[in-house]
Design a protein. Structure first.
Length: 401
C-alpha cells in the first residue's frame, strides 16, 4: 500500500499554500525532483541486473520532462502510432517499443518509421505484419498471456481474466504457430500486473516458465511489461532483481521492463480550490474547481481514492466532507475525507500522485476547462508548461475555430 506521506515527499515539508498558493486553480504541478528520484531508482535496477527499463508513455507523456528521465532510462514504450512517434521525437536517443492490440494496415508503414521493437498481440497479426517489420530491420515480439491472475478487485486491469483479448495463450500458440512464424520472433512480451509488488511478478514468471519455458531459449529478449510499482517506498526491489537475473540466466534473454506509474510515481499534484460548501442531511459536501470525471478519471474508472494533503480517512479527523466536482455527473465524487476544521470556500486542496494517468487522460466533459500544467523545477522555481482555454474545448468538436 502506498503511504500518503510518500505522495507529498516532494514538498519537502512546505505546505501547499506556501508553495502553490499563488497559482491559478485547478492546475497540475509536475515535480522534477521526484521524477529524478524515480529515474535514479530505476537506473539502479538497470545497473545491477542489465535489464533495460522503458517509460510507458500512456501513464505519463509530458514530454517537456522527458529530458529529466532520459539519462536514467533505455527509452519509451508506446501503445500505438502517436505515442511511438512522441517517444521517437522527444526521447530520441532511447529505444522505441510499441505494443498495440491490433495494428492497422494504413498506419503500419509509418509505425516502422518510429518504432524499434514491435510487439504483436496475436499469431494472426504476427503473420500479417511480422515479415514486413522484420524486413525493415525491426525487433519482433509476441505478447503472451500466461493465464496467471495475481490481482483481485481490478478486473478491468487484469489481462489474464478468462476470455481476455490481450496476449496469446499457450493453447492459441499451439493452434496457430508454425516453425516459420516462430522464426520471426526475437522476443516475448507479457504485461499482467497493475500497481503490484515483485511477489506477483515472481508468481507470474513461474507461470511464464511453465507455459513458455520451451520457447524462451530461442528468444533474445523478454519484456515483462509494466505494473511494477518499483519506486514505491515499500516495494521489494531485491526480489524484482532476482526475477530479472533468473530470466536472464535461465533463457539468456535481455530483460525489458516498461513501467508507466513507477517512472512518475508521486511526481505530480493537482491543486484545486473549494468553490462551495453545503450539507445534505448528515453529509457535509464541498464542490471543488477540479473534477474526478474530467481531471482525475482513474478515480472513477479504476476506481481509487486519491491522496489528499493533510486530510484523513472519513471520520478520522473532526470534520468529514464529501468532495466532488462541479460537473452534472452525480458520481463525480472524489471521495470522503476528514479535516481538522470545516472546509472554507476558496481553500486550497492538494491531491498527490497526480502525474500519472491524468494529464494524458483528462477530458473536457461538460465543457470543463483543462487544468494548466506547470512544473516545479529541482531548484523550487515553478514554470508554466501549458495553459488551456475555450479553444481547446471547441477545436475538437467541429469545423470552425
Ligand atoms: C499499461 C501498460 C504499461 C504500463 O503500466 P503501468 O501500470 O503504468 O506501469 C506497460 N506496458 C503495457 C503493454 C501496458 O499496457
Amino acid at each position: 500500500m502506498m503511504d500518503t506521506r510518500d505522495c507529498f515527499m516532494g514538498l519537502g515539508g512546505s505546505t501547499p499554500e506556501e508553495l502553490f498558493g499563488a497559482l491559478p486553480t485547478p492546475c497540475y504541478i509536475l515535480d522534477e525532483a521526484m521524477l529524478r528520484r524515480n529515474g535514479e531508482m530505476l537506473a539502479g535496477v538497470m545497473q545491477r541486473t542489465g535489464a533495460k527499463i522503458l517509460l510507458a508513455q500512456k501513464a505519463f507523456s509530458n514530454y517537456d520532462l522527458y529530458p529529466v528521465l532520459a539519462p536514467y532510462l533505455a527509452g519509451t514504450e508506446a501503445s500505438g502510432l502517436y505515442e511511438a512517434r512522441l517517444g521517437r521525437e522527444e526521447m530520441p536517443d532511447g529505444e522505441v517499443h510499441v505494443f498495440c492490440g491490433a495494428y492497422r494496415e494504413d498506419e503500419f508503414a509509418e509505425l516502422l518509421d518510429w518504432a524499434d521493437h514491435i510487439v504483436f498481440n496475436s499469431p494472426n497479426q504476427l503473420k500479417k505484419f511480422g515479415p514486413s517489420a522484420k524486413a525493415a530491420g525491426k525487433s519482433i515480439g509476441l505478447r503472451i498471456n500466461p493465464e496467471c491472475s495475481t490481482q483481485e478487485g481490478h478486473e478491468i486491469y487484469d489481462p489474464c481474466a478468462p476470455g481476455s483479448r490481450l496476449g496469446t495463450t499457450r493453447a492459441q500458440w499451439d493452434a496457430a504457430m508454425d516453425e516459420d512464424t516462430i522464426a520471426l520472433l526475437d522476443g516475448l512480451h507479457f504485461h499482467t500486473l497493475c500497481e503490484q509488488d515483485s511477489d506477483a511478478l515472481e508468481t507470474t514468471l513461474q507461470a511464464v516458465e511453465a507455459k513458455f519455458g520451451d520457447v524462451l531459449p530461442r528468444m533474445t529478449w523478454l519484456n515483462m511489461g509494466g505494473g511494477h510499482h518499483i519506486t514505491r517506498s515499500d516495494y521489494d526491489v531485491a526480489r524484482l532483481e532476482k526475477c530479472i537475473c533468473h530470466a536472464r540466466d535461465t533463457w539468456g534473454v535481455q530483460v525489458y521492463l516498461e513501467p508507466g506509474e513507477a517512472c512518475a510515481l508521486n511526481a505530480g499534484y493537482l491543486a484545486t480550490r473549494v468553490l462551495d460548501t453545503s450539507r445534505n442531511g448528515d453529509t457535509s459536501l464541498a464542490i471543488l474547481d477540479a473534477s474526478a470525471a474530467c481531471h482525475m478519471p482513474d478515480v472513477i474508472e479504476m476506481p481509487y481514492r486519491p491522496p489528499l494533503y493533510d486530510a484523513g480517512e472519513a471520520n478520522e479527523k473532526a470534520c468529514t466532507v464529501r468532495l466532488g466536482g462541479p460537473t452534472c455527473l452525480a458520481g463525480d465524487i472524489i471521495g470522503d475525507y476528514s479535516f481538522d476544521h470545516p472546509l472554507q470556500e476558496g481553500e486550497l486542496l492538494l491531491f498527490g500522485d497526480m502525474a500519472i494517468y491524468t494529464t494524458c487522460k483528462n477530458n473536457t466533459f461538460n465543457g470543463m476547462p483543462l487544468p494548466a500544467i506547470l512544473v516545479r523545477r529541482q531548484d523550487g522555481s515553478i514554470q508554466p508548461l501549458r495553459t488551456f482555454g475555450y479553444e481547446d474545448f471547441k477545436c475538437r468538436l467541429g469545423s470552425r475555430r
